[in-house]
Design a protein around this ligand. Structure first.
Ligand code: GLA
Length: 401
């Protein structure tokens, strides 16, 4: 049974099997061998933005959009990978780990192979076929889903295993060191540890997490602005640097401060005169966002979508005004959503500068929401937004025959 919701394919077990079978056949044609099939999901973050690299809290869910990897071991120490999306090959020798930082798709696979080896996992060579179904550049974390699916496939092909948290760290390291993006740990953690029907409340300092059931009678809906601004990566690294400046200055006043996670708004006000104005606002976002994640958790536990929606709206305002990572398109999507009855709250999600918003919507108005947002956004921008109803899904899995 195939059901389409605005371009999103709802997958039943048989659809999953069909997809896996297609990949097995393609692998057979490409490499002349049988393959095992693995996949890892993209994600959407409900709340807790730019808090992960400040050792704070985040609340992502894994989405039912995946990167698929077919894999078989090789006798030598080479990792060969073919990208079905780009119809391109890449290869590396595991005995020669002199990988350079490169902004190339293969860094997300070969960088993970290198990172596994560096972590002490003696993986052997493998042939891989990668098929990405998480939209790229949409802020739904296609890169982490590639890393985690590839990392899991490489481990399993070598008969090795690592805990999900360990694999998440290995993949983050690959992205930091080989793909050149200083991302936090959120995306890799949810791709490894996500669970169907649950959000993951993650403490990015301890990497301890708790699974929280979602609201009944409401849906989280993702709207893709279909715009990604080029300066996003540079701006992301600049925000991290601002947070590091704040931490350095505040730690001089308050020994024991290791990250903005350790600060309260009262401390921040007290030392405000020591901070450059921009750094003060960046810190105010991070500290208040951490508090909002904890408020959102309570709202989820109480079954109180009104309060959850309110902190989503506050989060957006803070990301727009204090952290300055929103965009005209994201603001417009949030504004349109805010005018629809039955929408509890809406905010940009992910790193920002384009990508997606997430809205909490009463189930019975979801259809109306989809058409009103599509109409309003298209009227103002000429662009048709992709809209996904979030179905909280499982993290990395092997698809057995
Ligand atoms: C990107 C990064 C994450 C996180 C978010 C912002 O998605 O990969 O680690 O920092 O931005 O919350």
């Amino acid at each position: 049974m195939t059901e389409k919701v605005a371009g999103q394919e709802l997958s039943s077990a048989s659809l999953v099997q069909r997809e896996a079978q297609r990949l097995r056949e393609e692998f057979q044609k490409l490499y002349g061998q049988e393959a095992r099939i693995f996949r890892a999901p993209g994600r959407v973050n409900l709340i807790g933005e730019h808090t992960d690299y400040n050792e704070g809290y985040v609340m992502p869910v894994a989405m039912d959009l995946y990167t698929w990897v077919a894999a078989a071991p090789r006798k030598d120490a080479h990792v060969r990978v073919f990208s079905q999306n780009l119809q391109e090959r890449a290869e590396m020798d595991l005995q020669d780990l002199k990988l350079q930082v490169q902004r190339h798709w293969s860094a997300y696979v070969l960088g993970v192979a290198a990172s596994l080896r560096i972590s002490g996992a003696e993986i052997g060579g493998a042939d891989l076929l990668v098929q990405g179904k998480v939209p790229m550049g949409a802020g739904l974390s296609s890169s982490a889903s590639v890393e985690v699916a590839a990392g899991y496939a490489l481990l399993e092909s070598s008969g090795l295993s690592r805990s999900p948290v360990e694999l998440a760290k290995i993949c983050q390291r690959a992205e930091n060191e080989f793909a050149g993006a200083r991302c936090g740990i959120m995306d890799q953690m949810i791709a490894c540890c996500g669970r169907a029907n649950y959000a993951l409340l993650l403490d990015c300092r301890t990497l301890g997490f708790r699974l929280l059931p979602l609201f009944a009678d409401t849906q989280f809906v993702v709207c893709n602005s279909m715009v990604k601004h080029d300066h996003a990566a540079g701006e992301y690294n600049a925000r991290r640097a601002d947070c590091e400046t704040a931490t350095r200055i505040l730690a001089e006043q308050m020994p024991g401060v290791r990250a903005l996670r350790d600060e309260s708004l009262a401390d921040l006000h007290r030392y405000a005169p020591l901070l450059p104005e921009v750094v003060y606002r960046r810190s105010r976002h991070v500290i208040s966002e951490n508090a909002r994640v904890l408020a959102a958790r309570e709202a989820l536990e109480r079954g109180d979508p009104e309060s959850f929606g309110r902190v989503m709206r506050e989060s957006h305002r803070s990301l727009k005004e204090d952290y300055e990572v929103s965009s005209a398109e994201l603001d417009l999507l949030v504004e349109i959503a805010g005018e629809i009855a039955g929408v509890y709250g809406s905010r940009m999600t992910g790193g920002g500068f384009g990508g997606c918003t997430i809205s909490l919507v009463r189930s019975e108005v979801v259809e109306e929401f989809q058409s009103a947002v599509a109409r309003g956004y298209q009227r103002s921008t000429g662009r048709k937004p992709d809209i996904y109803i979030v179905r909280a899904s499982d993290g990395m899995r092997e698809i057995l025959e």
